[in-house]
Ligand binder design. Structure first.
Ligand SMILES: Nc1ncnc2c1ncn2[C@@H]1O[C@H](COP(=O)(O)OP(=O)(O)OP(=O)(O)O)[C@@H](O)[C@H]1O
Ligand SMILES: [Mg+2]
Length: 245
């Protein structure tokens, strides 16, 4: 096993008196791709946000390179944020900003000395890779769900993250757009970036995942390798149907 980059240690999360995640422990290895799978409402998005340090556990700890994310210094937190990027399930684009402003923001924060021309060149490059072709001086509400996903994906790739969190990232995309994003993530995998993604698309899971974590009722109920599902049809069926063993 390679070094864990992110570790969940007995992590539980509750909100509004509801236990959403229950006592999950898991090491996410550096340079590997992990798929979080399971039935709707099972807690996948919550686990992804906990692993990304965007939600703090109500019990237990999440560590990034051995440091508890809840007690990081400002500098450590900025380094964690710069290294990581998230595509949210609902895209989460700022409603009152233009697409250009949304895409410029991460570059302005993490590369404050970058010139306007360099930012524009980087945005153009990433958008052409993701396949977004419309103008940028419009608001997210003027886009379809699929187009919003493309912008959210492009935003995540802008700073060349080494830790990539993707939630239902091929959902609402047509096949060719979905394939284009899968191809980009395959390249990131080759570059040994760490990728943690949620998907209901079995083809995407089979294609990319080194590990598959099944989350049911807020618990980690199964961890298997990509090789195991390739060999065992019954495991493939379990993952595809999102059912417990
Ligand atoms: N902040 C919150 N307050 C109360 N309940 C919440 C909160 N966040 C999530 N939940 C509940 O926790 C459960 C798990 O939610 P989560 O979004 O993590 O599931 P999911 O596995 O990603 O589902 P889906 O496949 O539908 O996206 C759901 O029942 C949801 O309503
Ligand atoms: Mg979800």
């Amino acid at each position: 096993m390679t070094e864990p980059i992110i570790e969940l240690q007995n992590v539980s999360f509750s909100a509004q008196n509801l236990q959403i995640v229950q006592n999950i422990s898991h090491k996410f290895e550096e340079g590997k791709t992990t798929a979080l799978v399971g039935p709707s409402g099972g807690g996948k998005s919550t686990v992804l946000k906990l692993a990304a340090g965007l939600l703090l556990p109500t019990e237990g700890a999440v560590t990034f390179r051995g440091k508890d994310v809840s007690v990081m210094s400002r500098a450590q937190n900025l380094a964690f944020r710069k290294a990581s990027a998230v595509v949210f399930q609902d895209s989460a684009l700022w409603a009152n900003q233009s697409l250009r402003q949304i895409l410029e923001l991460p570059l302005k924060i993490h590369f404050p000395h970058m010139t306007y021309e360099a930012r524009t060149a980087r945005i153009t490059q990433v958008l052409s890779e993701t396949g977004y072709k419309k103008e940028l001086d419009i608001r997210p509400s003027q886009l379809s769900m699929g187009e919003q996903k493309l912008i959210a994906f492009a935003r995540a790739m802008l700073c060349d993250p080494s830790l990539i969190f993707l939630d239902e990232w091929t959902e609402s995309l047509d096949e060719s757009a979905g394939n284009r994003l899968v191809k980009i993530i395959k390249q990131k995998k080759k570059e040994e970036k760490t990728i943690i993604f949620v998907s209901h698309d079995f083809r995407v899971i089979e294609d990319l995942a080194d590990y598959i974590c099944m989350i049911i009722d807020g618990r980690l109920s199964l961890v298997i390798t990509g090789e195991q599902i390739a060999k065992d049809d019954s495991l493939a069926l379990i993952i595809e149907k999102g059912i417990a063993l």
